[in-house]
Structures are given as C-alpha cells and as structure tokens.
Design a protein around this ligand. Structure first.
Ligand code: NDP
Ligand SMILES: O=C1O[C@H](COP(=O)(O)O)[C@@H](O)[C@H](O)[C@H]1O
Length: 663
C-alpha cells in the first residue's frame, strides 16, 4: 500500500491514516472514466444572498431570486452604455422591435398559411405593437392553445443540413451584416433557447428561472421560444409545471406578473430526445423550425448535461439542430475537462464542430458584480490603477467559502473535487481578471487576450504550495465518512511571474462545510514606509494595513480599510472601513449571475467566458499538481464541518508572509 502523504510530502499523522483510498478517476484511451463514490449529502439550510424571494407566484416552495428596480435600471443603463462594444445584437433587438412595430407588415414576409404554432409566433410579433407593460392575460396565448397544437408537429418540417459545413449553410454571421439583412427583410429574427438537460437540477434551479427573469424584465425578444430537452417522457405541460415553482417576478413590476408568466410558459416546450441524441436533435430542430416559422432565427443551446454526455450531445446538435438562418451559440458548463489531456480532447472535438466564438464556457461566479467590479473599479477610477502592482500591493487573497457541504452536487463533485470544480475556472479567472494589463478595449477578445497572458504567467503549482482538506462527518449525515480522497477544501499560494506581479503572493482559499459563507477578494497594501504615526499604530502593523475588499457574500460590498483618527482629544488611530454596502446604497436585489451571463450570450459578449486557450493555460497551472496528488494519493487534512478549515492553511499563509484577512 502506498504511503499517505500530506501535501508537503510528509507522511500523514492524521486519523485518516489507515483508510485505503482507491483513486476515483482516470482518463483512458481518450475518454474519461469516472467512478463515482458516495459522498455524504450534508443537508443544511444554506442560503445564498442571491436566492432571496421577491414574490411568490405559486404555492410551490420557491427559492426565487429577487431583482428589483434600481438594480434593473442600472443594468439597463450599463447595457446601453456598453451597446457599442457588443458583438451581437441582443439589446438592439428591442430597438429593432420598435422599428418593426413602426412599419406596416410586409405581405411578402407573411407565410401563405401558418400552423397554429407559427400563428402563435406571429401573434407574438403582432402583440409587439402593444407596449410591453400593457401585456395582459387577454393578449397572452394560453398554454392549452399551444399544447393542443404542439403535438401535431411532424418531422417533415426539418430543414436539411449542409453536410459540407459544421455550421450548416449559415455560419455564425457577423452581426452588422446580419443587421442589414434584417432591416431589409423588415423582420426581427426570433430567438430559440434550448435547455438540454431540462430536468436536471441546474436547469430547474438556475437556468429556467434566469430565462424567465430576463423575459419578465424585457430582455428577451418577444418572439422567443424556450425548449426543454431531456430523455424523460414528459409533455409541454409537465415541463411547465416542473419549472413553475421556481419562476418569480420582480417585486416592483408584479402587476403584470401573471400575464408575463403565462406568456413565458406558452412559449416553453418540451422535447423528449430519447436515447439517441442524433434522432433527438433532429426532432428538436423540427420542433424549433415549427415554432420559428420560415424566418430567420437565432439559437442558443444550454448544455446542462453531465460531463460524460457533453460531447455526444454537442456533436449531435452540431449536425442536426444548428440555426440555418441565424447564429447558433452553445453554452457549456464547467468543469471543462477532467485534466489537461481530456480537456484538450474536449476542446478539439468541440472545435471540429463549432467556431470558437460559438462556444460559451459558463462559470456563474464570473457573472457576479464582484467580478465585473474588478475591471470597473480599476479602469473607471483614477485612484486604483496606479496602485495596481507589486509596488503597492503586498498580497491578494481570493476567498470562496461555503457553509454547505457537497449535498446534491455529490453526483459530479466526487469525481472532480474542488480543484476542478472551483479553482480551475472560478479562482484562476478571478485572478486573471484582477491581474491583467489594461486591455485595448472592453471587447471580449481584447479582454481574453489579456487574461490568457496572466494565466500563462502563473507559476505552476507544487505540492508545497497547496493545502487539501476534507470535512469530517457532520452531525447531519449520521457518521457517514467519505470513502474517497476528494478534497472539499483547497488553499494555495500562487505567483504570477511577470514584471507587474513579481513576488506578490496570491493566496486562494476555497472550501465547503466552513464556518461562514464568504466570497471576496482582499487586496492588502504595503505598510506605510517611515510611518510618522507608527507609535499610534502600535506593534501590530498588520491591523493598520490598508485593504481593498470586493465582497460578494455575505453581502455585496466594496470596502476600503483606512486608518482614521478617533474623534476627540489625543491621537488614537482606528483602522476603519469606508463602506459601500450595496443593500444600504441601492434599494435593490442583485440579479442572479445566470441572468447576467445568459444576457451576455444573447448579446454575443464573451468577455466573461473562457476561451479555449485560457482553459488550456489554466490546466497548465493545475495539471502537474493534480498528477502529483493522484500519484502520491495525497490525503486531505480532515477538518470539522462548520469550522475554519484545515490548520495547514494558516501555516501556508505564514510561509508566504500572509495572514488570512477573513478570520
Ligand atoms: N448543479 C449545479 O449547481 C452545477 C452543475 N454544473 C454542471 O452542470 C451540468 C448539469 O448539472 P446538473 O443539472 O446538476 O445535473 P443533473 O444530473 O441534475 O441533470 C442532468 C440532466 O441531463 C440530462 N441528461 C443526462 N444524460 C443525458 C444524455 N446523454 N443526453 C441528453 N440529456 C441527458 C438528464 O435528464 P435525463 O436523464 O432525463 O436525460 C438531466 O436533465 C453538469 O455538467 C455539471 O457539471 C456545474 C456547476 C454547478
Ligand atoms: O459553481 C459552483 O459554485 C457553487 C457556489 O455558488 P454560489 O453562487 O452559491 O456562491 C458551488 O457550490 C458549486 O460547487 C460550484 O460548482
């Protein structure tokens, strides 16, 4: 039996020694082999700030997100400001709808006879003549109307594929060319959004609610069609009932809630793809064509399926369900591969079917304000950018801790662990956005060009630079122990070997089953040289360290820690926080990050999505240490569920001259 080693290579003296851990996953002959092992499903009332309920629509227990007035207004303004940089035309949709409303319908554009589903689509366009805010039940198409017609769809309406091109006869088109085309034909292309894996947890809890939130707030075109796809025997009605409980309206606009909900559901359809995705995608295409009518239509496919199914689904869809007259974009979920090799296999396979700019690798953390603020703060203020380097910054800490255990994520988490689930994209993308040089513009490619340089400059990790942890059995899971080495905690010291960041430790910490839900980036500045107030500061100069804190959880905030004179006679310094707490400043709930990112996909804005070279560069940082961990079967340090995590993380900080600032 191999020795169990600590991450520093020393034999483990922990109570876990003696347990025998088979390596739970590997990659053979170009395909991933995962053996899932049981993780304890820790049940705890983990509330995320983004899941507060705004308005309950149905009696079904509802974890809805809120998204109210001012935040919506800000988002709309920002979107308008960013209008010019958008690669796609999502926001122009609304303008075009308005233009189209102003024009008399072109009889040449109207099909001679419409199926009832096409008629619904037409009806929706016609209803566009009404102001969105006056949409009422009277105008909404009833679900029954749609259901009764939907069963009559025949496969004969499938448009044949072009075998010469992976993109079909219309590749992802240049938005402006396409625009001209649209305005010539006087018709706004419709948008079809298909959620593949519609019955899964992610689709139900995040994707459909985000789509409805966008629809409700007017961010989706009125002729949108929503399609759910999986292998289960279900009807349109079943899907609608299944997602209904998670759909909510904005508190400030609830007067139209029922009508909007009806309208959204009437555009939501289910397709049972069966066990052959080639056939399934052909059927889906047929259904989409039927709903879209014989017009230009853009398509988004959200692949919310297990990683094992991803390639097969993506390939089947590429050949059978891409838009023929409009663009197609696919969204894929992390983890992006299991290791360097499987990831590069995945990338190559996807690129043989899709153009890179069709692929949106989604990581929901990147849709949070915390992340967007990294660039906003730095590049729209004078006071931060001059300090953004090793000259002034002593260390950077990225902290993502969750109170919850693995819970229902156990299905895929145990095969992957926290490095692949959280570090590969969440953390490395955060560091890349934080540390990049100023991009030429805010365009997706310019930003991604800068991010990838940072990722390539990160020093590859060694075992000595990391700490692995696993939470012990909790009181809620009846003494069930993990029977794998899967880490639920990871900490590391990263270095970026470039002139701006040489020698600055980037300390990262991510874990589950910890004392506090926290998501923040903390930037600690150097101590003041020759500080005139050193006597007032006292011995613990760390307390007087200036800090900039960007926080997502527990409450969204931007804080700057400064030294301030305590009011009164005498001279006493007090490290205080300049505090921009969102909930105090803005009377709004923050939208879920899936809304933000889905809107970006519609707009063709890919700056928050990883490009394939970024995925590869991130693997180069992690792959060597992952191989070491697996080769040596490094055992994670056990920690108490609900505690502060492994003590190893404190030693790690100390070795790099850093004191964790979140304690
Ligand atoms: N849940 C989460 O919070 C997160 C999930 N992810 C990623 O998102 C993806 C989905 O996760 P999650 O929703 O939790 O998974 P689930 O297992 O809950 O759902 C998977 C869905 O995919 C469908 N499906 C499975 N196999 C196939 C197939 N061969 N062809 C077509 N459809 C298939 C399933 O339905 P049916 O069996 O009926 O076909 C089901 O609808 C995973 O890749 C995961 O890594 C990433 C981050 C967070
Ligand atoms: O992507 C993921 O993030 C969640 C944490 O998301 P949050 O929005 O609640 O902070 C994490 O639980 C999950 O394992 C991971 O895949």
């Amino acid at each position: 039996m191999a020795f169990l080693l600590t991450p520093t290579g020393k034999p483990l003296t922990h109570s876990s020694v003696g347990r025998s851990f088979p390596v739970s996953s590997n990659f053979r002959n170009g395909s991933m082999v995962l053996s899932y092992r049981k993780l304890p499903p820790v049940v705890c009332s983990c509330s995320t700030s983004s899941m507060d309920s705004c308005f309950f629509l149905s009696s079904v227990a509802n974890f809805s997100r809120g998204f109210c007035g001012l935040r919506l207004w800000i988002l709309q303004k920002l979107k308008l400001i960013n209008h010019e940089r958008k690669q796609g035309y999502g926001m122009k949709y609304k303008e075009l709808v308005v233009q189209a409303k102003d024009r008399a319908p072109d009889p040449l554009e109207t099909p001679v006879s419409l199926s009832s589903e096409e008629a619904i689509n037409e009806g929706v366009s016609a209803r566009g003549l009404l102001k969105e805010t006056t949409l009422s039940n009277e105008h909404a198409v009833s679900i029954e109307e749609v259901s009764s017609s939907s069963s009559q769809v025949s496969a004969s309406s499938v448009i044949p594929d072009n075998p010469d091109s992976p993109l079909g006869s219309h590749s992802a088109t240049l938005p402006m060319d396409y625009f001209n085309y649209i305005s010539k034909s006087n018709r706004v292309p419709s948008l079809s959004i298909a959620v593949i894996g519609a019955t899964g947890e992610l689709a139900r809890s995040k994707v459909f609610p985000a789509l409805f939130a966008l629809y409700y707030s007017g961010f989706l075109p009125e002729n949108v069609g929503i399609f759910g796809y999986s292998r289960k025997e279900m009807t349109d009605e079943d899907l609608r009932s299944m997602i209904l409980g998670n759909l909510t309206c904005r508190v400030d606009e609830q007067q139209n809630c029922g009508a909007k909900l009806d309208a959204f559901l009437s555009r939501t359809f289910y397709l049972n793809g069966g066990y052959d995705n080639q056939e399934g995608m052909t059927k889906l295409n047929s259904r989409m064509v039927h709903i879209e009518g014989d017009y230009e239509a853009n398509r988004i496919f959200y692949l919310s399926v297990p990683q094992e199914a991803l390639l097969e689904v993506a390939t089947s869809l590429a050949g059978n369900a891409q838009a023929r007259r409009g663009w197609t974009r696919i969204i894929i979920e992390k983890p992006f591969g299991f290791n360097m090799l499987s990831s590069s296999h995945l990338t190559q396979s996807l690129q043989s079917k899709y153009e890179e700019n069709q692929i949106y690798r989604i990581d929901h953390l990147l849709g949070k304000d915390l992340i967007e603020n990294l660039t906003v703060l730095r590049f729209s203020n004078l006071v931060f950018e001059p300090l953004w380097s090793r000259t002034y910054i002593r260390n950077v800490q990225v902290i993502l801790s969750e109170e919850c255990g693995v819970g229902t994520k156990g299905r895929y988490f145990d095969g992957y662990g926290i490095l692949r689930d959280i570090i590969h994209s969440h953390v490395l993308q955060t560091i890349a956005l934080f540390a990049m040089e100023p991009p030429v513009s805010l365009s997706g490619e310019d930003i991604r060009n800068e991010k990838v340089k940072v990722l390539r400059s990160i020093r590859k990790l060694e075992l000595d630079d990391i700490v692995l942890g696993q939470y012990k059995n909790s009181t809620t899971d009846n003494n069930v122990y993990f029977d794998s080495l899967t880490p639920t905690f990871f900490a590391a010291a990263l270095y970026i070997d470039n002139p701006r960041w040489d020698g600055v430790p980037f300390l990262v910490k991510a874990g589950m089953g910890l004392i506090k839900h926290r998501g923040e980036i903390r930037i600690q500045f150097h101590n003041v040289p020759g500080n005139l107030y050193r006597e007032s500061v006292g011995h613990n100069v760390d307390l007087a360290t200036n800090e900039l804190i960007l926080r997502d959880a527990p409450d969204e905030a931007i804080l700057v820690k400064v030294n301030n004179k305590v009011p009164g006679l005498g001279l006493q310094l007090d490290p205080s926080e300049l505090n921009l707490l969102y909930k105090d400043k803005y009377n709004v709930d923050v939208p879920d990050s899936y809304e933000h990112l889905l809107l970006d996909v519609i707009d063709g804005d890919n700056h928050l999505f990883m490009r394939s070279d970024e995925v590869e560069a991130a693997w180069k940082v992690l792959n060597p240490v992952l191989e070491e961990i697996e080769k040596n079967r490094v055992a994670p340090e056990l920690y108490e569920f609900g505690g502060r995590g492994p003590t190893g993380a404190y030693y790690l900080g100390a070795r790099h001259g850093v004191r964790w600032a979140d304690d």
